[in-house]
Design a protein around this ligand. Structure first.
Ligand code: PLP
Length: 286
């Protein structure tokens, strides 16, 4: 079924949606994005995504083409037009089309490009893989030093995903200076007893919106939370491991580089945090 998508203020059939070949998003990956989940036809943690979007734009000195209320309204309209019960909304904002290719940023008179579309995922809350968990491999983190900005430069994460596929796994975790940074498109955690360990915020990981919520819920549920780097060996020897992202919520990780983590089945902490996350976020969805 053809989707209705959003391009620069218009709702259009996807086949009619067009962006210039001179758009800096296309030529330079000069753009930022957000992925917001939809459950029960409602937006999950809209505010968190809107705040991070504003930060990404500010870090790149890119003007925001839309206010938060209009953004929420546009997301809701896309959900309604495409009858999404469970799925995602992808939003991308680029520095626009200066009419030619140049490394120099165009002046402020060039409007940003804003596009958004829905992805229908009827089993988003209960995908089969959540019952068995992810198998991951580790690969060197070869990304640039500002991955805290959610840019559309996703070639290396995409290559990481392909390497994982080739190894018969679900994802890659990146490693820098001997420690895990994060997954290709998710934050990484280990569990030891009652303690949940995840890398501290910095410019070397994306400040996950799901991460913030999960750590809050974990603390409320009396888990200890420790924000620090951990090694691959420590992760392999942990009781449990998991990843978080808006599109996978809390995903158990049961194998790292061929070594079984814990029992090799989704662990009780990850399973519990997934339940709490879904329950709590459904309550505040808009
Ligand atoms: N880390 C990276 C590199 C990501 O690409 C993502 C999501 O796309 C995340 C972490 C998780 O962020 P969030 O929970 O906001 O989806």
């Amino acid at each position: 079924m053809s989707r209705t998508v959003y391009v620069n203020g218009d709702y259009l059939p996807e086949a009619d949606a067009k962006v210039s070949i001179f758009d800096r998003g296309f030529l330079m990956a000069d753009g930022v994005y957000e992925v917001t989940s939809v459950l029960d036809g409602k937006l999950i943690d809209f505010e968190g995504h809107a705040v991070r979007l504003a930060r990404s734009l500010a870090e790149l000195e890119m003007a925001s083409p839309i206010g938060d209320d209009d953004l929420a309204g546009m997301f809701r309209e896309l959900v309604r037009l495409n009858r999404i019960e469970q799925g995602m909304i992808y939003l991308q904002i680029t520095r626009g089309n200066p009419g030619d290719r140049s490394f120099v940023f165009p002046d402020a008179s060039v409007p940003s490009t804003i596009v958004a579309f829905t992805q229908d995922v009827p089993n988003l809350a209960e995908p089969p893989v959540a019952k068995v968990g992810f198998k991951v491999i580790t690969i060197p983190d070869l990304r640039w030093d500002r991955v805290d900005i959610k840019t559309t430069q996703l070639l290396y994460p995409s290559m990481g995903k392909m390497l994982a596929r080739k190894a018969g796994c679900d994802d890659s975790w990146f490693v820098a200076d001997g420690a895990v940074t994060e997954g290709t498109s998710n934050n990484a955690y280990i569990v030891k007893g009652n303690r949940i360990i995840t890398r501290q915020l910095g410019s070397d990981i994306l400040h996950g919106i799901t991460r913030a919520a999960v750590l809050r819920f974990a603390a409320e549920a009396q888990f200890e939370v420790e924000e620090r780097a951990f090694t691959v060996a420590e992760a392999q020897a942990a009781d449990e491991a998991f990843s978080t992202a808006a599109s996978i919520f809390v995903m158990p990780v049961v194998e790292i580089d061929g070594k079984t983590v814990g029992t090799g089945k989704p662990g009780p902490v990850a399973v519990r945090l997934r339940e709490i996350y879904l329950e709590e976020m459904r309550k505040t969805a808009i």
